[in-house]
Design a binder for this molecule. Sequence first.
Ligand code: ADP
Length: 477
Amino acid sequence: MKKILFVTSEAHPLIKTGGLADVAGSLPKALAELGQDIRILLPFYQAIKTNQEVYYRCTVRVNNSDVNILESRMQDSNVIIWLVDYPAYFSMPGNPYVDIHGQAWPNNAERFALFCRIAAEIATNRAYLDWQPDIVHCNDWQTGLTPALLSLETTRPATVFTIHNMAYQGIFPASTYPQLNLPGRLWNPNGLEFHNQLSFIKGGLAFSDHITTVSPTYAEEIQTAEFGYGLEDLLKYRQAHLTGIINGMDLEQWDPATDSTLASQYDADNLDKKQLNKAALQQAMNLPVAPKLPLFALISRLVDQKGIDMVLDCLPEMINMPCQFVLLGSGDKVFEERLQRFAQNNPTKIAIRIGYDESLAHLIEAGADIFLMPSRFEPCGLNQLYSQRYGTLPIVRKTGGLADTVVDAIPETINDHTASGIVFNAPHAGALLEAIKRCQLLFNDPKTWRQLQKNAMRKDFSWQNSAQQYLKLYEQL
Ligand code: ADP
């Protein structure tokens, strides 16, 4: 049995802004089910929601600050959560990274440096918790200083750093460094310094014993200039200690056979009931109930990464096609406004919901026929997994985890029953539109479509498989 400290800035259902929360909410549970002693470390944000008891455990002094550690448990599991309670940094309205106006917290470097210091104290059993991990598993830039700090210890646990998205690196001006009171030894081009700036993510990339990222294809891609954002050479250098492990999905939350938020539950053997969800979705979005029209959907943060501009460029053509389109998301205001304008001008075809709505996301996955995910890059992606599970065939760009999890419907894969969606290559609206048209042709052939849905729904995206791979890695370290 391994003792693992899982350090993360978000974890579903307590706090979530994206895919990292889903991973942090499920991987520890899956590892616990494999018999491991795993504990999650998370900042105690004001926005944290839990129906579990939260109680005081201890106070740790770091960098002249007294920080309380609270203890709670994950819902539906025995996984312990330790919450870093430092109200001056974490107890304000907003999300983990930005305030209510969407502005990054001005003291993000201080906030997450403190979080990383606490992780290092727990990792070395100096936090009065009487627990010594074998492995410290850090995630994304917010936790990057922990492997760096631990590298200075004579006895320390092994460290793993997982990249969920290379696009977010935690870069701050060099002048931040002395303010954080970090050891001078870590400030050099092989350490935390990145072109005379402070890079949190480099702490994870340069100092952890092993780096993982969330798909094999993304592990290759980040070693190139296009996806490495200047860190490709460091990643290439660490190639022997870099692997891709695809994320699983939480089947307790995302299973159309048991999903209580749906209008009707269904599985691969009674797909007719999926139609009831389609009607419910059309009603919920104020679209005409039209069982035969292909219903396209998209749920996403509305940011460049997700190829929203490509979708916007396709909409003028799509409104001339026999189809409907629903979108749920929020983010870039320019995207939000352009999308809403399309919906206002085409109310029977396009419905846009700006905001974050977990239960609508479930209904969309169940009610739509086709899910659009034309990401420019995608470390793993979860929605294409949910879509396949819900028999909603995804149209994805051939990148990262999308390339690793969706099998393009071509004659050969249709015949051998492996096809599970549509995959296109070029990051252009023209290529997306071609994929949409190819998908419509398949949709108009109900027998083939039904088979594709079944292929997709029967794929195994459970966490067990991925958790086994992490466990194997922990055992090697
Ligand atoms: P990323 O982590 O880059 O945002 P992923 O596909 O890995 O992308 O994960 C996104 C997660 O957030 C999914 O669970 C998705 O359903 C959810 N999500 C994104 N936007 C919304 C929204 N507006 N409402 C509800 N859920 C959303």
